[in-house]
Ligand binder design. Structure first.
Ligand code: HMG
Ligand code: MG
Length: 295
Protein backbone atom coordinates (compact mmCIF):
# COMPACT_ATOMS: atom_id res chain seq x y z
CA UNK A 1 0.00 0.00 0.00
CA UNK A 2 1.22 3.51 -0.77
CA UNK A 3 2.03 5.64 2.30
CA UNK A 4 -0.09 8.73 2.93
CA UNK A 5 2.84 10.67 4.36
CA UNK A 6 6.58 10.24 4.35
CA UNK A 7 9.57 11.57 6.24
CA UNK A 8 12.37 13.21 4.29
CA UNK A 9 15.88 13.16 5.70
CA UNK A 10 17.80 16.07 4.18
CA UNK A 11 21.46 15.31 3.52
CA UNK A 12 22.45 18.25 1.29
CA UNK A 13 24.50 20.09 3.89
CA UNK A 14 26.52 16.92 4.55
CA UNK A 15 26.44 14.43 1.67
CA UNK A 16 26.03 17.33 -0.74
CA UNK A 17 28.65 19.74 0.49
CA UNK A 18 31.24 17.08 1.42
CA UNK A 19 31.89 16.62 -2.27
CA UNK A 20 31.63 20.16 -3.58
CA UNK A 21 34.23 22.90 -3.60
CA UNK A 22 34.46 24.19 -0.01
CA UNK A 23 31.82 26.77 0.88
CA UNK A 24 31.93 29.14 3.83
CA UNK A 25 30.57 28.22 7.23
CA UNK A 26 28.16 31.16 6.93
CA UNK A 27 26.78 29.83 3.63
CA UNK A 28 26.27 26.39 5.17
CA UNK A 29 24.46 27.82 8.18
CA UNK A 30 22.28 29.88 5.85
CA UNK A 31 21.42 26.76 3.87
CA UNK A 32 20.54 24.78 7.00
CA UNK A 33 18.35 27.64 8.29
CA UNK A 34 16.54 27.85 4.94
CA UNK A 35 15.97 24.08 4.90
CA UNK A 36 14.39 24.24 8.35
CA UNK A 37 12.27 27.18 7.23
CA UNK A 38 11.06 25.12 4.26
CA UNK A 39 9.73 22.52 6.71
CA UNK A 40 12.51 19.92 6.81
CA UNK A 41 12.69 18.46 10.31
CA UNK A 42 15.58 16.02 9.87
CA UNK A 43 18.73 17.77 8.71
CA UNK A 44 22.18 16.22 8.48
CA UNK A 45 24.40 19.17 9.31
CA UNK A 46 27.92 17.76 9.01
CA UNK A 47 30.41 14.97 9.74
CA UNK A 48 32.99 14.32 12.40
CA UNK A 49 35.55 12.59 10.22
CA UNK A 50 39.21 13.24 9.62
CA UNK A 51 39.64 16.78 8.25
CA UNK A 52 42.57 15.38 6.24
CA UNK A 53 40.16 13.02 4.47
CA UNK A 54 37.21 15.39 4.03
CA UNK A 55 38.30 19.01 4.57
CA UNK A 56 34.88 20.27 3.45
CA UNK A 57 33.36 19.06 6.74
CA UNK A 58 36.04 20.49 9.06
CA UNK A 59 33.70 23.20 10.37
CA UNK A 60 30.92 20.82 11.48
CA UNK A 61 31.41 21.57 15.19
CA UNK A 62 31.16 25.29 14.59
CA UNK A 63 27.99 24.81 12.58
CA UNK A 64 26.27 22.66 15.19
CA UNK A 65 27.30 25.02 17.97
CA UNK A 66 26.21 28.20 16.21
CA UNK A 67 23.18 27.33 14.13
CA UNK A 68 20.01 28.84 15.59
CA UNK A 69 17.91 25.80 16.52
CA UNK A 70 14.38 25.54 15.20
CA UNK A 71 12.00 23.70 17.54
CA UNK A 72 11.11 20.25 16.25
CA UNK A 73 14.15 20.00 13.96
CA UNK A 74 16.78 17.32 14.52
CA UNK A 75 20.33 18.31 13.54
CA UNK A 76 22.49 15.26 12.98
CA UNK A 77 26.05 14.34 12.01
CA UNK A 78 28.08 11.43 10.70
CA UNK A 79 30.42 9.77 13.19
CA UNK A 80 32.68 6.91 12.01
CA UNK A 81 34.23 6.13 15.42
CA UNK A 82 34.25 7.04 19.11
CA UNK A 83 36.41 10.08 18.51
CA UNK A 84 33.87 11.43 16.03
CA UNK A 85 31.03 10.67 18.41
CA UNK A 86 32.69 12.58 21.25
CA UNK A 87 33.25 15.59 19.00
CA UNK A 88 29.62 15.46 17.82
CA UNK A 89 28.36 15.20 21.38
CA UNK A 90 30.44 18.20 22.49
CA UNK A 91 29.18 20.20 19.52
CA UNK A 92 25.55 19.45 20.44
CA UNK A 93 24.44 17.07 17.67
CA UNK A 94 20.90 15.84 18.36
CA UNK A 95 21.60 12.49 16.76
CA UNK A 96 24.45 10.80 14.92
CA UNK A 97 24.95 8.24 12.18
CA UNK A 98 27.45 5.45 11.83
CA UNK A 99 28.25 4.39 8.28
CA UNK A 100 29.27 0.98 7.06
CA UNK A 101 29.19 -0.73 3.70
CA UNK A 102 28.10 -3.93 2.04
CA UNK A 103 31.38 -3.92 0.06
CA UNK A 104 34.77 -4.63 1.60
CA UNK A 105 36.65 -2.52 -0.95
CA UNK A 106 34.40 0.49 -0.44
CA UNK A 107 34.74 0.15 3.34
CA UNK A 108 38.54 0.21 2.97
CA UNK A 109 38.55 3.23 0.68
CA UNK A 110 35.95 5.17 2.64
CA UNK A 111 36.80 4.51 6.28
CA UNK A 112 40.15 2.74 5.98
CA UNK A 113 39.06 -0.57 7.50
CA UNK A 114 37.20 -3.78 6.69
CA UNK A 115 33.49 -4.26 7.34
CA UNK A 116 34.30 -6.33 10.44
CA UNK A 117 36.75 -3.73 11.79
CA UNK A 118 34.15 -1.00 11.26
CA UNK A 119 31.63 -2.96 13.35
CA UNK A 120 34.27 -3.25 16.12
CA UNK A 121 34.75 0.53 16.00
CA UNK A 122 31.00 1.10 16.23
CA UNK A 123 30.56 -0.93 19.44
CA UNK A 124 32.06 1.62 21.89
CA UNK A 125 30.33 4.43 20.00
CA UNK A 126 26.94 2.72 20.39
CA UNK A 127 27.59 2.21 24.11
CA UNK A 128 28.44 5.84 24.65
CA UNK A 129 25.45 6.98 22.57
CA UNK A 130 23.18 4.87 24.75
CA UNK A 131 24.63 6.41 27.92
CA UNK A 132 23.93 9.88 26.53
CA UNK A 133 20.57 8.96 25.07
CA UNK A 134 21.61 9.96 21.54
CA UNK A 135 19.81 8.19 18.71
CA UNK A 136 22.05 6.56 16.13
CA UNK A 137 21.18 6.03 12.50
CA UNK A 138 23.05 3.43 10.43
CA UNK A 139 24.05 3.80 6.80
CA UNK A 140 24.92 0.88 4.58
CA UNK A 141 26.71 1.91 1.37
CA UNK A 142 26.88 0.13 -1.98
CA UNK A 143 23.53 -1.61 -1.59
CA UNK A 144 22.98 -1.71 -5.36
CA UNK A 145 26.59 -1.86 -6.52
CA UNK A 146 30.13 -0.85 -5.66
CA UNK A 147 32.50 1.41 -7.62
CA UNK A 148 35.32 -1.10 -6.97
CA UNK A 149 33.60 -4.50 -6.84
CA UNK A 150 30.61 -4.05 -9.13
CA UNK A 151 27.70 -6.28 -8.19
CA UNK A 152 26.94 -6.71 -4.48
CA UNK A 153 24.88 -9.64 -3.25
CA UNK A 154 21.61 -8.68 -1.54
CA UNK A 155 22.43 -11.24 1.16
CA UNK A 156 25.47 -9.16 2.10
CA UNK A 157 23.39 -5.97 2.21
CA UNK A 158 20.91 -7.75 4.49
CA UNK A 159 23.70 -9.13 6.68
CA UNK A 160 25.32 -5.75 7.33
CA UNK A 161 21.94 -4.02 7.77
CA UNK A 162 20.89 -6.59 10.36
CA UNK A 163 24.16 -6.16 12.30
CA UNK A 164 23.74 -2.38 12.47
CA UNK A 165 20.09 -2.71 13.44
CA UNK A 166 20.83 -5.24 16.17
CA UNK A 167 23.58 -2.97 17.49
CA UNK A 168 20.90 -0.40 18.22
CA UNK A 169 20.57 1.82 15.15
CA UNK A 170 16.99 3.10 15.12
CA UNK A 171 16.92 3.30 11.33
CA UNK A 172 18.97 1.76 8.54
CA UNK A 173 19.54 3.95 5.51
CA UNK A 174 20.27 1.91 2.41
CA UNK A 175 22.71 3.77 0.18
CA UNK A 176 22.95 3.38 -3.57
CA UNK A 177 26.23 5.26 -3.31
CA UNK A 178 26.89 5.42 -7.04
CA UNK A 179 23.27 5.62 -8.19
CA UNK A 180 23.66 2.56 -10.34
CA UNK A 181 20.56 0.54 -9.44
CA UNK A 182 17.39 0.09 -11.44
CA UNK A 183 13.84 -0.42 -10.11
CA UNK A 184 13.62 -4.23 -10.15
CA UNK A 185 16.94 -4.61 -8.31
CA UNK A 186 16.06 -1.86 -5.84
CA UNK A 187 12.78 -3.56 -4.97
CA UNK A 188 14.42 -6.98 -4.64
CA UNK A 189 17.13 -5.56 -2.37
CA UNK A 190 14.58 -3.82 -0.11
CA UNK A 191 12.48 -6.97 0.12
CA UNK A 192 15.55 -8.98 1.16
CA UNK A 193 16.60 -6.46 3.83
CA UNK A 194 13.05 -6.20 5.16
CA UNK A 195 13.23 -9.86 6.10
CA UNK A 196 15.83 -8.99 8.75
CA UNK A 197 15.06 -5.34 9.61
CA UNK A 198 11.45 -4.11 9.99
CA UNK A 199 10.54 -2.17 6.87
CA UNK A 200 9.30 0.74 9.00
CA UNK A 201 12.93 1.17 10.19
CA UNK A 202 14.42 1.34 6.68
CA UNK A 203 15.24 4.46 4.69
CA UNK A 204 16.35 4.77 1.08
CA UNK A 205 19.40 6.89 0.27
CA UNK A 206 19.68 6.92 -3.48
CA UNK A 207 22.25 8.92 -5.42
CA UNK A 208 21.02 10.00 -8.82
CA UNK A 209 24.14 9.42 -10.92
CA UNK A 210 22.30 7.44 -13.61
CA UNK A 211 19.00 9.32 -13.22
CA UNK A 212 17.30 6.28 -11.68
CA UNK A 213 16.71 7.44 -8.10
CA UNK A 214 13.11 8.62 -8.46
CA UNK A 215 12.13 5.49 -10.40
CA UNK A 216 13.83 3.31 -7.79
CA UNK A 217 11.98 5.05 -4.95
CA UNK A 218 8.68 4.70 -6.78
CA UNK A 219 9.38 1.00 -7.22
CA UNK A 220 9.78 0.61 -3.45
CA UNK A 221 7.08 3.02 -2.27
CA UNK A 222 4.31 0.45 -1.84
CA UNK A 223 6.56 -1.90 0.16
CA UNK A 224 6.04 0.17 3.30
CA UNK A 225 9.16 2.35 3.31
CA UNK A 226 8.34 5.85 4.43
CA UNK A 227 11.72 7.54 4.92
CA UNK A 228 13.76 8.88 2.04
CA UNK A 229 17.06 10.70 2.06
CA UNK A 230 17.52 13.49 -0.44
CA UNK A 231 19.80 16.43 -1.10
CA UNK A 232 18.52 19.91 -1.93
CA UNK A 233 19.49 20.95 -5.48
CA UNK A 234 20.92 17.44 -5.93
CA UNK A 235 24.12 18.63 -4.26
CA UNK A 236 27.14 16.43 -3.92
CA UNK A 237 28.42 12.90 -4.20
CA UNK A 238 30.94 10.86 -2.25
CA UNK A 239 34.67 11.61 -2.27
CA UNK A 240 35.45 7.88 -2.15
CA UNK A 241 33.15 6.91 -5.02
CA UNK A 242 34.62 8.54 -8.10
CA UNK A 243 32.04 9.91 -10.49
CA UNK A 244 29.18 9.57 -8.00
CA UNK A 245 26.85 12.52 -8.33
CA UNK A 246 24.60 13.90 -5.64
CA UNK A 247 21.61 12.32 -4.03
CA UNK A 248 18.22 12.60 -5.59
CA UNK A 249 17.25 16.29 -5.43
CA UNK A 250 14.85 16.88 -2.54
CA UNK A 251 12.74 19.18 -4.73
CA UNK A 252 12.21 16.40 -7.31
CA UNK A 253 11.21 13.92 -4.62
CA UNK A 254 8.80 16.35 -2.93
CA UNK A 255 7.21 17.25 -6.28
CA UNK A 256 6.58 13.60 -7.12
CA UNK A 257 5.20 12.77 -3.68
CA UNK A 258 2.90 15.79 -3.55
CA UNK A 259 1.67 14.96 -7.03
CA UNK A 260 0.77 11.49 -5.78
CA UNK A 261 -1.11 12.94 -2.80
CA UNK A 262 1.58 11.93 -0.30
CA UNK A 263 2.22 14.46 2.47
CA UNK A 264 5.73 15.70 3.33
CA UNK A 265 4.98 18.95 5.23
CA UNK A 266 7.55 20.67 3.05
CA UNK A 267 7.03 23.99 1.30
CA UNK A 268 8.33 23.27 -2.21
CA UNK A 269 8.82 26.86 -3.25
CA UNK A 270 10.87 27.70 -0.14
CA UNK A 271 12.86 24.50 -0.67
CA UNK A 272 13.58 25.36 -4.31
CA UNK A 273 14.71 28.83 -3.22
CA UNK A 274 17.12 27.30 -0.68
CA UNK A 275 18.50 25.12 -3.49
CA UNK A 276 18.93 28.07 -5.85
CA UNK A 277 20.71 30.05 -3.15
CA UNK A 278 23.31 27.37 -2.37
CA UNK A 279 23.76 26.64 -6.09
CA UNK A 280 24.49 30.34 -6.64
CA UNK A 281 27.17 30.11 -3.92
CA UNK A 282 28.66 27.19 -5.86
CA UNK A 283 28.40 29.19 -9.08
CA UNK A 284 26.15 26.83 -11.00
CA UNK A 285 22.45 26.18 -11.62
CA UNK A 286 20.45 23.95 -9.29
CA UNK A 287 20.74 20.24 -10.03
CA UNK A 288 17.00 19.83 -9.45
CA UNK A 289 14.85 19.62 -12.57
CA UNK A 290 11.80 20.68 -10.57
CA UNK A 291 13.54 23.70 -9.03
CA UNK A 292 14.65 24.85 -12.48
CA UNK A 293 11.16 24.34 -13.92
CA UNK A 294 9.60 26.36 -11.11
CA UNK A 295 12.04 29.25 -11.48
P1 HMG B 1 42.16 6.26 9.98
O1 HMG B 1 43.35 6.96 9.41
O2 HMG B 1 42.04 4.80 9.74
O3 HMG B 1 41.97 6.55 11.53
O4 HMG B 1 40.86 7.00 9.41
P2 HMG B 1 42.92 6.62 12.75
O5 HMG B 1 42.06 6.29 13.93
O6 HMG B 1 44.17 5.83 12.50
O7 HMG B 1 43.31 8.17 12.84
C1 HMG B 1 44.11 8.83 11.88
C2 HMG B 1 44.00 10.33 12.10
O8 HMG B 1 42.65 10.78 11.93
C3 HMG B 1 44.41 10.78 13.49
O9 HMG B 1 44.91 12.09 13.37
C4 HMG B 1 43.10 10.84 14.21
O10 HMG B 1 43.11 11.71 15.32
C5 HMG B 1 42.19 11.37 13.14
P3 HMG B 1 46.50 12.41 13.23
O11 HMG B 1 47.10 11.81 14.45
O12 HMG B 1 46.95 11.75 11.94
O13 HMG B 1 46.55 13.90 13.17
N1 HMG B 1 40.79 10.97 13.33
C6 HMG B 1 39.77 11.84 13.37
N2 HMG B 1 39.71 13.17 13.27
C7 HMG B 1 38.48 13.73 13.35
N3 HMG B 1 37.35 13.03 13.53
C8 HMG B 1 37.38 11.70 13.65
C9 HMG B 1 38.64 11.05 13.57
N4 HMG B 1 38.99 9.76 13.65
C10 HMG B 1 40.32 9.73 13.50
N5 HMG B 1 36.24 11.02 13.82
C11 HMG B 1 38.56 7.64 9.41
C12 HMG B 1 39.56 6.56 9.73
C13 HMG B 1 37.18 7.04 9.45
C14 HMG B 1 38.68 8.75 10.45
C15 HMG B 1 38.90 8.21 8.00
O14 HMG B 1 38.95 7.14 7.13
C16 HMG B 1 37.90 9.22 7.50
O15 HMG B 1 37.76 10.30 8.07
N6 HMG B 1 37.22 8.91 6.40
C17 HMG B 1 36.26 9.82 5.78
C18 HMG B 1 34.99 9.09 5.59
C19 HMG B 1 33.93 10.00 4.99
O16 HMG B 1 33.62 11.04 5.55
N7 HMG B 1 33.36 9.59 3.85
C20 HMG B 1 32.25 10.27 3.27
C21 HMG B 1 30.99 10.05 4.07
S1 HMG B 1 30.26 8.45 3.84
C22 HMG B 1 29.20 8.65 2.49
O17 HMG B 1 29.19 9.69 1.88
C23 HMG B 1 28.25 7.54 2.17
C24 HMG B 1 26.82 7.82 2.67
O18 HMG B 1 26.33 9.06 2.16
C25 HMG B 1 25.89 6.67 2.26
C26 HMG B 1 25.95 6.36 0.76
O19 HMG B 1 25.76 7.26 -0.07
O20 HMG B 1 26.22 5.18 0.47
C27 HMG B 1 26.77 7.92 4.22
MG1 MG C 1 25.50 9.28 0.20
Amino acid sequence: MMPTKVSIFEVGARDGLQNEQPVSTTAKMQLIAELADAGLTRIEAGSFVSPKWVPQMADSAQILQQIPRVKGVTYSALTPNLKGFELALNAGADEVAIFGAASQSFSQKNINCSIEESIERFIPLMEKAKQHNIAVRGYVSCVLGCPYEGKIEVAEVARVSEILYKMGCYEISLGDTIGIGTPTDARRMVQAVSEVVPISQLALHFHDTYGQALANILACLDLGISTFDASVAGLGGCPYAKGASGNLATEDLVYMLHGMGIETNIDLSKLAKAGHNISAVLGRPSGSKVANALK
